[in-house]
Ligand binder design. Structure first.
Ligand SMILES: NC(=O)C1=CN([C@@H]2O[C@H](COP(=O)(O)OP(=O)(O)OC[C@H]3O[C@@H](n4cnc5c(N)ncnc54)[C@H](OP(=O)(O)O)[C@@H]3O)[C@@H](O)[C@H]2O)C=CC1
Ligand SMILES: [Mg+2]
Length: 346
């Protein structure tokens, strides 16, 4: 069927995404209410900080702890440990109060993150038995829920470091104890941490999927198309525009898949979708200013790429094998979903 007008369909809109892993929803509700109170009540938050766990950062690089060869974990400390370190390094204990609230563990322990960039990095590492590692590398090293937790901790610290002044008056802004907002001391304007919305889309023609690479990507890596939302756009409008701009194709339908906070280079809110184009209107017309390449990949090629350890090593002079973003990136989830769906409909 030739589609002449745009048909953006949110297929299966009533298919639920399960959120509740256990039957114990009351503890989840009480945890969320507790966090809410800590954001509203500075004194309660200061008390919580004394019994909470802290993730340390040094100039936004998180502190990890090597546990075995090549295996790292997030190094969580108690407030008393951090006070001890600050004391030994001659730093004022008040630095602890610049911590920001990140969440609450399943065992109801509040979690904070703190940047100790004013201290000597090597001295802190030695005292903690850990190592500060750039966030991109840390993302590769951490497993399970630790990667998004560390991303959230870093993103909130970064936001505070870059929003110390009001953009209207130029005067200093003051944070609340939890770090969930800043207020201008002159005009009272309240600022909240922000993420830039991005739509990421895996386009398929039914048989193949479309992946692209920017010249700044690691060699051989291809990913799903992505683009920032313009002011006032809906998800559907951004998706349709980005696909048209970047590869010159007209999307026929889309399906929501999931979302992810993405800390690089600054906080984005990634909304991930699948989209289809008609197989007889699938010729790529690349926007070379944004993308270095965009290609259709078969199911077999994708299955091979998903098996590869990333990034693959290539012999000198040989082209790097094609690979896809690692499992912590939502692009990987889209590609995996597409492969499973296409395989089951073969
Ligand atoms: N988690 C995942 O799986 C993946 C995440 N991503 C992320 O998605 C994001 C968007 O992808 P990308 O293809 O680069 O986006 P775009 O296709 O929108 O192109 C990026 C360009 O858009 C402009 N731009 C518009 N609004 C913004 C904004 N709010 N912040 C920064 N730049 C903006 C900039 O242009 P100029 O510099 O000219 O002003 C920038 O160079 C990136 O941050 C990328 O890291 C991408 C793929 C996979
Ligand atoms: Mg893009």
């Amino acid at each position: 069927m030739v589609v002449t007008t745009m048909q953006l369909l949110l297929r299966s809109p009533l298919k639920p995404i399960r959120l509740l892993a256990s039957r114990d929803c009351s503890s989840y509700v009480s945890r969320m209410r507790y966090l809410m109170r800590l954001k509203e009540d500075d004194d309660a938050c200061r008390v919580a900080l004394q019994s909470g766990t802290l993730m340390l950062f040094h100039k936004l690089a998180p502190l990890l702890r090597p546990t075995a060869r090549g295996i790292y974990q997030l190094h969580k400390l108690q407030a008393s440990d951090v006070k001890g370190i600050l004391g030994k390094l001659g730093e004022n204990e008040q630095l602890l109060n610049t911590s920001v609230l990140i969440g609450c563990s399943d065992s109801d322990v509040p979690q904070f993150s703190l940047d100790v960039g004013s201290l000597e990095q090597a001295a802190v590492e030695e005292m903690c038995g850990g190592v500060f590692i750039d966030l991109r590398k840390a993302f590769f090293l951490l497993k399970g829920p630790e990667a998004p937790l560390v991303a959230k901790g870093q993103a909130l610290l970064r936001w505070h470091q870059t929003h110390a002044y009001c953009s209207a008056t130029g005067q200093p802004t003051e944070r609340n104890q939890a770090g969930s907002q800043r207020v201008c001391l002159q005009n009272g304007a309240t600022y909240y941490p922000q993420m830039a919305p991005v739509v990421i889309v895996l386009v398929s023609d039914g048989r193949r999927c479309l992946l692209a690479r920017q010249s700044t990507f690691p060699r051989g890596m291809y990913s799903a198309l992505a683009g920032f939302c313009d002011m006032g756009e809906t998800t559907e409008e951004t998706l349709r525009r980005e696909v048209a701009e970047e590869v010159g194709l007209e999307v026929e339908s889309l399906q929501y898949s999931g979302s992810q906070h993405w800390p690089f280079p600054q906080s984005s809110f990634m909304v991930a979708c699948h989209a289809t184009v008609s197989p007889d209107r699938a010729e790529v017309n690349l926007n070379g200013a944004e993308l270095e390449d965009a290609r259709w990949f078969t199911l077999e090629e994708i299955e091979e790429a998903l098996k590869r350890k990333t990034p693959p090593r290539s012999k000198k002079g040989e082209p790097t094998e094609f690979w896809v973003p690692p499992s912590y990136a939502i692009a990987n989830k889209l590609i995996l979903e597409w492969a499973n769906h296409t395989k089951s409909h073969k």
